[in-house]
Design a binder for this molecule. Structure first.
Ligand code: GDP
Ligand code: MG
Length: 442
Protein backbone atom coordinates (compact mmCIF):
# COMPACT_ATOMS: atom_id res chain seq x y z
CA UNK A 1 0.00 0.00 0.00
CA UNK A 2 2.69 2.44 0.98
CA UNK A 3 4.54 2.50 -2.30
CA UNK A 4 1.36 3.15 -4.24
CA UNK A 5 0.40 5.99 -1.97
CA UNK A 6 3.82 7.58 -2.17
CA UNK A 7 3.28 8.27 -5.83
CA UNK A 8 -0.28 9.40 -5.52
CA UNK A 9 0.43 12.70 -3.94
CA UNK A 10 3.25 13.92 -6.10
CA UNK A 11 0.95 15.29 -8.74
CA UNK A 12 -0.98 17.63 -6.54
CA UNK A 13 -0.41 21.18 -7.63
CA UNK A 14 -2.83 23.31 -5.71
CA UNK A 15 -1.36 26.15 -3.74
CA UNK A 16 -2.79 27.54 -0.55
CA UNK A 17 -5.95 25.55 -0.57
CA UNK A 18 -6.67 22.03 -1.71
CA UNK A 19 -8.88 22.24 -4.76
CA UNK A 20 -11.64 19.80 -5.53
CA UNK A 21 -9.90 18.53 -8.65
CA UNK A 22 -6.67 17.83 -6.86
CA UNK A 23 -8.30 16.10 -3.95
CA UNK A 24 -10.49 13.98 -6.18
CA UNK A 25 -7.58 12.94 -8.36
CA UNK A 26 -5.53 11.95 -5.34
CA UNK A 27 -8.36 10.09 -3.69
CA UNK A 28 -9.07 8.08 -6.79
CA UNK A 29 -5.61 6.63 -6.38
CA UNK A 30 -6.05 6.20 -2.64
CA UNK A 31 -9.22 4.26 -3.33
CA UNK A 32 -7.44 1.92 -5.72
CA UNK A 33 -4.60 1.41 -3.30
CA UNK A 34 -6.95 0.58 -0.45
CA UNK A 35 -8.95 -1.87 -2.51
CA UNK A 36 -5.74 -3.57 -3.55
CA UNK A 37 -4.78 -3.76 0.09
CA UNK A 38 -7.94 -5.82 0.55
CA UNK A 39 -9.85 -3.26 2.55
CA UNK A 40 -13.59 -3.85 2.56
CA UNK A 41 -15.12 -1.92 -0.35
CA UNK A 42 -17.87 -0.31 1.71
CA UNK A 43 -15.28 0.89 4.16
CA UNK A 44 -13.21 2.30 1.31
CA UNK A 45 -16.18 4.16 -0.10
CA UNK A 46 -17.05 5.80 3.18
CA UNK A 47 -13.42 6.51 3.94
CA UNK A 48 -12.82 8.28 0.65
CA UNK A 49 -15.98 10.30 1.15
CA UNK A 50 -14.91 11.38 4.62
CA UNK A 51 -11.44 12.40 3.51
CA UNK A 52 -12.81 14.25 0.52
CA UNK A 53 -15.25 16.23 2.62
CA UNK A 54 -12.52 17.25 4.96
CA UNK A 55 -9.86 17.94 2.38
CA UNK A 56 -11.54 20.08 -0.25
CA UNK A 57 -10.99 23.73 0.49
CA UNK A 58 -8.72 22.94 3.40
CA UNK A 59 -5.85 25.38 3.82
CA UNK A 60 -2.49 23.79 3.28
CA UNK A 61 -0.46 24.13 6.44
CA UNK A 62 2.75 26.10 6.40
CA UNK A 63 5.70 23.84 5.79
CA UNK A 64 3.70 21.24 3.92
CA UNK A 65 2.96 20.80 0.26
CA UNK A 66 -0.56 19.95 -0.86
CA UNK A 67 0.27 16.27 -1.21
CA UNK A 68 1.50 16.11 2.34
CA UNK A 69 -1.58 17.92 3.48
CA UNK A 70 -3.76 15.23 1.92
CA UNK A 71 -1.60 12.56 3.58
CA UNK A 72 -2.14 14.30 6.88
CA UNK A 73 -5.88 14.03 6.46
CA UNK A 74 -5.75 10.47 5.14
CA UNK A 75 -3.63 9.52 8.13
CA UNK A 76 -5.99 11.11 10.63
CA UNK A 77 -9.02 9.49 9.07
CA UNK A 78 -7.28 6.11 9.13
CA UNK A 79 -6.64 6.46 12.83
CA UNK A 80 -10.28 7.35 13.34
CA UNK A 81 -11.36 4.35 11.30
CA UNK A 82 -9.42 2.06 13.59
CA UNK A 83 -11.04 3.45 16.69
CA UNK A 84 -8.53 6.15 17.62
CA UNK A 85 -7.57 4.80 20.99
CA UNK A 86 -6.11 1.69 22.53
CA UNK A 87 -8.64 -0.65 24.12
CA UNK A 88 -7.88 -3.15 26.87
CA UNK A 89 -9.58 -6.42 27.66
CA UNK A 90 -11.99 -5.45 30.41
CA UNK A 91 -11.34 -7.31 33.62
CA UNK A 92 -13.72 -7.60 36.54
CA UNK A 93 -12.90 -5.19 39.36
CA UNK A 94 -10.45 -6.11 42.07
CA UNK A 95 -9.66 -9.79 42.46
CA UNK A 96 -12.98 -10.97 41.02
CA UNK A 97 -12.78 -13.74 38.46
CA UNK A 98 -12.88 -12.74 34.80
CA UNK A 99 -13.76 -15.42 32.27
CA UNK A 100 -12.38 -14.82 28.79
CA UNK A 101 -13.46 -16.99 25.88
CA UNK A 102 -11.28 -17.22 22.80
CA UNK A 103 -12.97 -17.97 19.51
CA UNK A 104 -12.05 -18.10 15.86
CA UNK A 105 -11.37 -20.36 12.92
CA UNK A 106 -8.89 -23.20 13.09
CA UNK A 107 -5.34 -22.02 12.66
CA UNK A 108 -6.18 -18.40 13.41
CA UNK A 109 -3.96 -18.51 16.46
CA UNK A 110 -6.35 -18.98 19.40
CA UNK A 111 -4.23 -21.43 21.37
CA UNK A 112 -1.02 -19.49 20.85
CA UNK A 113 -2.72 -16.20 21.64
CA UNK A 114 -4.40 -17.60 24.75
CA UNK A 115 -0.95 -18.48 26.08
CA UNK A 116 0.44 -15.09 25.05
CA UNK A 117 -2.38 -13.35 26.90
CA UNK A 118 -1.89 -15.54 29.95
CA UNK A 119 1.73 -14.38 30.07
CA UNK A 120 0.70 -10.74 29.86
CA UNK A 121 -1.83 -11.09 32.67
CA UNK A 122 0.66 -12.98 34.78
CA UNK A 123 3.10 -10.10 34.44
CA UNK A 124 0.38 -7.87 35.86
CA UNK A 125 0.18 -10.08 38.90
CA UNK A 126 -2.93 -12.03 37.92
CA UNK A 127 -3.40 -15.71 38.61
CA UNK A 128 -4.45 -17.21 35.30
CA UNK A 129 -5.98 -20.56 34.40
CA UNK A 130 -5.75 -21.69 30.78
CA UNK A 131 -8.54 -24.11 29.92
CA UNK A 132 -8.45 -26.68 27.12
CA UNK A 133 -11.91 -26.68 25.51
CA UNK A 134 -10.72 -27.83 22.09
CA UNK A 135 -11.45 -31.55 22.23
CA UNK A 136 -11.33 -32.13 18.49
CA UNK A 137 -8.02 -31.09 17.05
CA UNK A 138 -5.40 -33.77 17.61
CA UNK A 139 -2.72 -32.47 19.90
CA UNK A 140 -4.68 -29.38 20.87
CA UNK A 141 -4.65 -30.14 24.58
CA UNK A 142 -0.96 -30.96 24.55
CA UNK A 143 -0.20 -27.77 22.62
CA UNK A 144 -1.92 -25.73 25.31
CA UNK A 145 -0.15 -27.63 28.06
CA UNK A 146 3.25 -27.00 26.49
CA UNK A 147 2.52 -23.32 26.02
CA UNK A 148 1.10 -23.01 29.54
CA UNK A 149 4.23 -24.56 30.96
CA UNK A 150 6.41 -22.13 29.03
CA UNK A 151 4.45 -19.27 30.52
CA UNK A 152 4.39 -20.75 33.99
CA UNK A 153 0.60 -20.80 33.96
CA UNK A 154 -1.64 -23.66 35.10
CA UNK A 155 -3.56 -25.51 32.38
CA UNK A 156 -6.92 -27.12 33.12
CA UNK A 157 -7.97 -30.05 30.98
CA UNK A 158 -10.33 -33.01 31.17
CA UNK A 159 -9.25 -34.91 28.11
CA UNK A 160 -11.31 -35.11 24.96
CA UNK A 161 -14.34 -37.07 26.13
CA UNK A 162 -16.15 -34.32 28.05
CA UNK A 163 -18.28 -31.65 26.37
CA UNK A 164 -16.54 -28.25 26.15
CA UNK A 165 -19.33 -26.53 28.08
CA UNK A 166 -18.80 -28.91 30.99
CA UNK A 167 -15.06 -28.45 30.88
CA UNK A 168 -15.64 -24.72 31.08
CA UNK A 169 -17.97 -25.12 34.05
CA UNK A 170 -15.50 -27.31 35.90
CA UNK A 171 -12.61 -24.96 35.14
CA UNK A 172 -14.48 -21.98 36.52
CA UNK A 173 -15.36 -23.91 39.67
CA UNK A 174 -11.73 -24.89 40.08
CA UNK A 175 -10.66 -21.30 39.51
CA UNK A 176 -13.13 -19.93 42.06
CA UNK A 177 -11.98 -22.40 44.71
CA UNK A 178 -8.33 -21.63 44.14
CA UNK A 179 -8.46 -17.88 43.91
CA UNK A 180 -7.65 -17.48 40.27
CA UNK A 181 -8.32 -14.04 38.76
CA UNK A 182 -8.67 -15.02 35.14
CA UNK A 183 -9.88 -18.07 33.23
CA UNK A 184 -9.07 -18.22 29.54
CA UNK A 185 -11.13 -20.73 27.57
CA UNK A 186 -9.30 -22.02 24.51
CA UNK A 187 -12.06 -23.27 22.25
CA UNK A 188 -12.09 -25.29 19.05
CA UNK A 189 -12.21 -23.70 15.63
CA UNK A 190 -13.20 -25.14 12.27
CA UNK A 191 -11.71 -24.50 8.89
CA UNK A 192 -14.76 -22.49 7.87
CA UNK A 193 -17.72 -20.87 9.52
CA UNK A 194 -19.70 -23.82 10.70
CA UNK A 195 -22.98 -24.23 12.60
CA UNK A 196 -21.61 -26.85 15.02
CA UNK A 197 -18.80 -24.57 16.05
CA UNK A 198 -21.16 -21.62 16.58
CA UNK A 199 -23.61 -23.82 18.51
CA UNK A 200 -20.83 -25.02 20.79
CA UNK A 201 -19.69 -21.48 21.54
CA UNK A 202 -23.26 -20.35 22.11
CA UNK A 203 -23.79 -23.24 24.50
CA UNK A 204 -20.75 -22.21 26.53
CA UNK A 205 -21.93 -18.62 26.68
CA UNK A 206 -25.42 -19.65 27.74
CA UNK A 207 -24.23 -21.89 30.54
CA UNK A 208 -21.29 -20.11 32.09
CA UNK A 209 -20.64 -16.43 32.67
CA UNK A 210 -18.26 -15.28 29.97
CA UNK A 211 -17.14 -11.72 30.69
CA UNK A 212 -15.14 -11.14 27.54
CA UNK A 213 -15.39 -12.90 24.22
CA UNK A 214 -12.25 -12.37 22.20
CA UNK A 215 -12.20 -13.21 18.52
CA UNK A 216 -8.87 -14.25 17.02
CA UNK A 217 -8.44 -13.68 13.30
CA UNK A 218 -5.55 -14.10 10.93
CA UNK A 219 -4.57 -10.73 9.44
CA UNK A 220 -3.14 -12.38 6.36
CA UNK A 221 -6.61 -13.45 5.26
CA UNK A 222 -7.57 -9.81 4.68
CA UNK A 223 -11.23 -9.32 3.90
CA UNK A 224 -12.03 -12.90 4.87
CA UNK A 225 -10.97 -12.01 8.38
CA UNK A 226 -13.47 -9.19 8.32
CA UNK A 227 -16.29 -11.42 7.11
CA UNK A 228 -15.42 -13.98 9.77
CA UNK A 229 -15.52 -11.25 12.41
CA UNK A 230 -18.94 -10.16 11.25
CA UNK A 231 -20.29 -13.71 11.40
CA UNK A 232 -18.91 -14.42 14.86
CA UNK A 233 -20.22 -11.13 16.13
CA UNK A 234 -23.69 -11.91 14.85
CA UNK A 235 -23.83 -15.51 16.05
CA UNK A 236 -21.88 -15.54 19.29
CA UNK A 237 -21.01 -11.93 19.98
CA UNK A 238 -17.55 -10.50 20.40
CA UNK A 239 -16.13 -7.84 22.68
CA UNK A 240 -12.91 -7.34 20.84
CA UNK A 241 -10.59 -8.76 18.22
CA UNK A 242 -7.01 -9.96 18.27
CA UNK A 243 -5.36 -9.79 14.89
CA UNK A 244 -2.64 -12.41 14.51
CA UNK A 245 0.18 -12.86 12.03
CA UNK A 246 0.49 -9.17 11.43
CA UNK A 247 4.19 -9.88 11.06
CA UNK A 248 3.34 -11.50 7.72
CA UNK A 249 0.70 -9.04 6.59
CA UNK A 250 1.95 -6.21 4.46
CA UNK A 251 -1.37 -4.84 3.35
CA UNK A 252 -3.26 -3.81 6.44
CA UNK A 253 -6.67 -4.48 4.92
CA UNK A 254 -8.08 -6.38 7.88
CA UNK A 255 -6.75 -3.94 10.45
CA UNK A 256 -8.35 -1.07 8.62
CA UNK A 257 -11.78 -2.58 8.13
CA UNK A 258 -12.56 -4.70 11.18
CA UNK A 259 -13.50 -1.88 13.47
CA UNK A 260 -15.56 -0.14 10.81
CA UNK A 261 -17.47 -3.30 9.89
CA UNK A 262 -18.08 -4.79 13.34
CA UNK A 263 -17.82 -1.74 15.57
CA UNK A 264 -15.59 -3.83 17.83
CA UNK A 265 -12.08 -2.74 18.77
CA UNK A 266 -8.83 -4.47 17.96
CA UNK A 267 -7.30 -5.30 21.33
CA UNK A 268 -3.94 -6.81 20.52
CA UNK A 269 -1.92 -7.79 17.50
CA UNK A 270 0.14 -10.94 17.09
CA UNK A 271 3.57 -10.17 15.69
CA UNK A 272 5.16 -13.59 15.58
CA UNK A 273 5.11 -17.19 16.77
CA UNK A 274 7.00 -16.58 20.00
CA UNK A 275 4.91 -16.28 23.13
CA UNK A 276 6.20 -12.77 23.73
CA UNK A 277 5.06 -11.59 20.30
CA UNK A 278 1.79 -9.99 21.31
CA UNK A 279 1.49 -6.24 21.25
CA UNK A 280 -1.07 -3.71 22.31
CA UNK A 281 -2.86 -2.22 19.34
CA UNK A 282 -2.17 1.47 18.63
CA UNK A 283 -4.33 2.88 15.82
CA UNK A 284 -1.93 5.76 15.16
CA UNK A 285 1.08 3.48 14.81
CA UNK A 286 -0.91 1.14 12.61
CA UNK A 287 -1.93 4.01 10.34
CA UNK A 288 1.69 5.13 9.96
CA UNK A 289 2.67 1.59 9.22
CA UNK A 290 -0.03 1.17 6.59
CA UNK A 291 0.80 4.49 5.01
CA UNK A 292 4.47 3.63 5.23
CA UNK A 293 5.31 7.28 5.26
CA UNK A 294 7.20 7.74 8.46
CA UNK A 295 9.22 10.61 7.03
CA UNK A 296 6.25 12.54 5.80
CA UNK A 297 4.35 11.98 9.02
CA UNK A 298 7.28 13.28 11.04
CA UNK A 299 7.39 16.33 8.81
CA UNK A 300 3.68 16.87 9.35
CA UNK A 301 4.13 16.70 13.09
CA UNK A 302 6.89 19.21 12.89
CA UNK A 303 4.87 21.58 10.74
CA UNK A 304 2.07 21.33 13.22
CA UNK A 305 4.45 22.19 16.02
CA UNK A 306 5.97 25.09 14.14
CA UNK A 307 2.72 26.64 13.02
CA UNK A 308 3.06 30.29 13.31
CA UNK A 309 5.37 30.19 16.23
CA UNK A 310 5.48 33.96 16.06
CA UNK A 311 1.77 34.30 16.42
CA UNK A 312 1.68 31.90 19.32
CA UNK A 313 4.40 33.84 21.07
CA UNK A 314 2.55 37.10 20.62
CA UNK A 315 -0.64 35.64 21.95
CA UNK A 316 1.24 34.25 24.90
CA UNK A 317 2.74 37.62 25.71
CA UNK A 318 -0.58 39.34 25.55
CA UNK A 319 -2.13 36.69 27.66
CA UNK A 320 0.51 37.05 30.31
CA UNK A 321 -0.28 40.71 30.48
CA UNK A 322 -3.90 39.78 30.57
CA UNK A 323 -4.52 41.68 27.38
CA UNK A 324 -6.57 39.05 25.64
CA UNK A 325 -9.02 40.78 23.32
CA UNK A 326 -11.24 40.08 20.36
CA UNK A 327 -8.42 40.72 17.90
CA UNK A 328 -6.62 37.81 19.42
CA UNK A 329 -9.75 35.78 19.53
CA UNK A 330 -9.91 36.21 15.75
CA UNK A 331 -6.27 35.34 15.35
CA UNK A 332 -6.52 32.21 17.38
CA UNK A 333 -9.58 31.16 15.43
CA UNK A 334 -7.79 31.51 12.12
CA UNK A 335 -4.98 29.51 13.56
CA UNK A 336 -7.34 26.79 14.56
CA UNK A 337 -8.62 26.58 11.03
CA UNK A 338 -5.13 26.25 9.69
CA UNK A 339 -4.50 23.42 12.03
CA UNK A 340 -7.36 21.41 10.69
CA UNK A 341 -10.39 22.52 12.59
CA UNK A 342 -11.71 22.46 16.06
CA UNK A 343 -11.79 18.75 16.65
CA UNK A 344 -8.13 18.27 15.86
CA UNK A 345 -7.27 21.11 18.22
CA UNK A 346 -9.30 19.53 20.99
CA UNK A 347 -7.67 16.22 20.22
CA UNK A 348 -4.28 17.77 20.76
CA UNK A 349 -5.06 19.59 23.94
CA UNK A 350 -3.90 17.74 27.00
CA UNK A 351 -5.96 17.57 30.11
CA UNK A 352 -9.30 18.40 28.59
CA UNK A 353 -10.49 14.84 28.71
CA UNK A 354 -10.74 14.92 24.97
CA UNK A 355 -8.30 12.35 23.79
CA UNK A 356 -8.28 11.51 20.15
CA UNK A 357 -10.80 8.82 20.83
CA UNK A 358 -13.53 11.28 21.58
CA UNK A 359 -13.03 13.17 18.37
CA UNK A 360 -15.78 11.61 16.33
CA UNK A 361 -18.31 12.92 18.85
CA UNK A 362 -17.56 16.49 17.93
CA UNK A 363 -19.82 17.71 15.20
CA UNK A 364 -17.18 19.23 12.99
CA UNK A 365 -19.64 20.87 10.65
CA UNK A 366 -21.68 22.51 13.38
CA UNK A 367 -18.51 23.66 15.09
CA UNK A 368 -17.29 25.25 11.90
CA UNK A 369 -20.56 27.04 11.23
CA UNK A 370 -20.47 28.30 14.76
CA UNK A 371 -16.96 29.57 14.18
CA UNK A 372 -18.02 31.40 11.03
CA UNK A 373 -20.81 33.19 12.91
CA UNK A 374 -18.44 34.12 15.68
CA UNK A 375 -16.11 35.57 13.12
CA UNK A 376 -18.92 37.57 11.55
CA UNK A 377 -19.79 39.04 14.92
CA UNK A 378 -16.21 40.05 15.67
CA UNK A 379 -15.82 41.56 12.21
CA UNK A 380 -18.85 43.72 12.92
CA UNK A 381 -17.12 45.27 15.89
CA UNK A 382 -15.10 48.41 15.49
CA UNK A 383 -11.35 47.95 16.01
CA UNK A 384 -11.76 49.82 19.25
CA UNK A 385 -14.39 47.47 20.51
CA UNK A 386 -12.23 44.52 19.59
CA UNK A 387 -9.32 45.85 21.55
CA UNK A 388 -11.36 47.04 24.45
CA UNK A 389 -14.34 44.72 24.96
CA UNK A 390 -15.38 46.55 28.10
CA UNK A 391 -16.76 49.28 25.82
CA UNK A 392 -19.56 46.93 24.90
CA UNK A 393 -22.97 48.31 25.87
CA UNK A 394 -26.47 47.37 24.70
CA UNK A 395 -26.60 49.84 21.84
CA UNK A 396 -23.20 48.74 20.54
CA UNK A 397 -24.21 45.11 20.86
CA UNK A 398 -27.37 45.86 18.93
CA UNK A 399 -25.40 47.45 16.12
CA UNK A 400 -22.98 44.52 16.04
CA UNK A 401 -25.81 41.99 15.92
CA UNK A 402 -27.37 43.80 12.95
CA UNK A 403 -24.03 44.03 11.20
CA UNK A 404 -23.42 40.31 11.58
CA UNK A 405 -27.00 39.36 10.83
CA UNK A 406 -27.47 37.51 14.08
CA UNK A 407 -29.67 37.83 17.12
CA UNK A 408 -28.41 40.07 19.92
CA UNK A 409 -28.54 37.07 22.22
CA UNK A 410 -25.74 35.57 20.20
CA UNK A 411 -23.60 38.65 20.66
CA UNK A 412 -24.25 38.47 24.37
CA UNK A 413 -23.29 34.86 24.43
CA UNK A 414 -20.04 35.54 22.63
CA UNK A 415 -19.09 38.37 24.98
CA UNK A 416 -19.85 36.18 27.93
CA UNK A 417 -17.89 33.30 26.48
CA UNK A 418 -15.02 35.64 25.82
CA UNK A 419 -14.98 36.78 29.42
CA UNK A 420 -15.00 33.22 30.65
CA UNK A 421 -12.16 32.37 28.34
CA UNK A 422 -10.19 35.32 29.60
CA UNK A 423 -10.75 34.23 33.16
CA UNK A 424 -9.73 30.68 32.32
CA UNK A 425 -6.56 31.86 30.63
CA UNK A 426 -5.62 33.92 33.60
CA UNK A 427 -5.78 30.80 35.70
CA UNK A 428 -3.41 28.81 33.56
CA UNK A 429 -0.52 30.95 32.51
CA UNK A 430 1.69 27.90 32.11
CA UNK A 431 -0.36 26.45 29.32
CA UNK A 432 1.26 28.33 26.49
CA UNK A 433 4.73 27.50 27.64
CA UNK A 434 4.44 23.78 27.42
CA UNK A 435 6.05 23.88 24.02
CA UNK A 436 5.04 21.05 21.79
CA UNK A 437 1.92 20.19 23.69
CA UNK A 438 0.81 23.74 24.26
CA UNK A 439 -2.49 25.10 23.17
CA UNK A 440 -1.54 26.76 19.94
CA UNK A 441 1.15 24.41 18.89
CA UNK A 442 0.94 20.78 17.77
P1 GDP B 1 -5.70 -22.14 16.63
O1 GDP B 1 -6.07 -23.26 15.74
O2 GDP B 1 -6.59 -20.97 16.41
O3 GDP B 1 -5.61 -22.51 18.06
O4 GDP B 1 -4.25 -21.63 16.15
P2 GDP B 1 -2.83 -21.91 16.80
O5 GDP B 1 -2.67 -21.12 18.05
O6 GDP B 1 -2.60 -23.36 16.88
O7 GDP B 1 -1.87 -21.23 15.71
C1 GDP B 1 -1.77 -21.70 14.39
C2 GDP B 1 -0.38 -21.34 13.85
O8 GDP B 1 -0.25 -19.94 13.72
C3 GDP B 1 0.73 -21.77 14.74
O9 GDP B 1 1.76 -22.31 13.96
C4 GDP B 1 1.19 -20.51 15.43
O10 GDP B 1 2.54 -20.55 15.78
C5 GDP B 1 0.93 -19.50 14.36
N1 GDP B 1 0.72 -18.15 14.88
C6 GDP B 1 -0.16 -17.73 15.83
N2 GDP B 1 -0.08 -16.41 16.02
C7 GDP B 1 0.89 -15.95 15.19
C8 GDP B 1 1.46 -14.63 14.91
O11 GDP B 1 1.06 -13.60 15.46
N3 GDP B 1 2.44 -14.59 13.96
C9 GDP B 1 2.88 -15.71 13.32
N4 GDP B 1 3.84 -15.54 12.40
N5 GDP B 1 2.37 -16.92 13.55
C10 GDP B 1 1.40 -17.06 14.47
MG1 MG C 1 -6.12 -24.23 19.00
Amino acid sequence: LSEKLQNVFKNLRSKGRLTEDDVKAALKEVKMALLEADVNFKVVKQFVKDVQERAIGQDVMNGLNPGQMVIKIVNEEMVKLMGSETTEIKLQPGKALTVIMMEGLQGAGKTTTAAKLAGKFKLKGKKVLLTACDIYRPGAIEQLQINGEKQGVEVFSMGDKIKPVNIAKAAIEHAAKNEFNIVILDTAGRLHIDDDMMAELQEIKENVTVHQTVLVVDAMTGQDAVNVAKMFDEKVGIDGVILTKLDGDTRGGAALSIRAVTGKPILYVGMGEKLSDLEQFYPDRMASRILGMGDVLTLIEKAQADIDEEQAKRIEQKMRKNEFDFEMYLESMSQMKKMGGLSSILGMMPGLGMGKGKMPEIDQEAAEKNMARTEAIIYSMTPEERRNPSLMNPSRKNRIAKGAGVDIAEVNRLVKQFEQMKKMMKQMPGMMKKGKRGMFKG
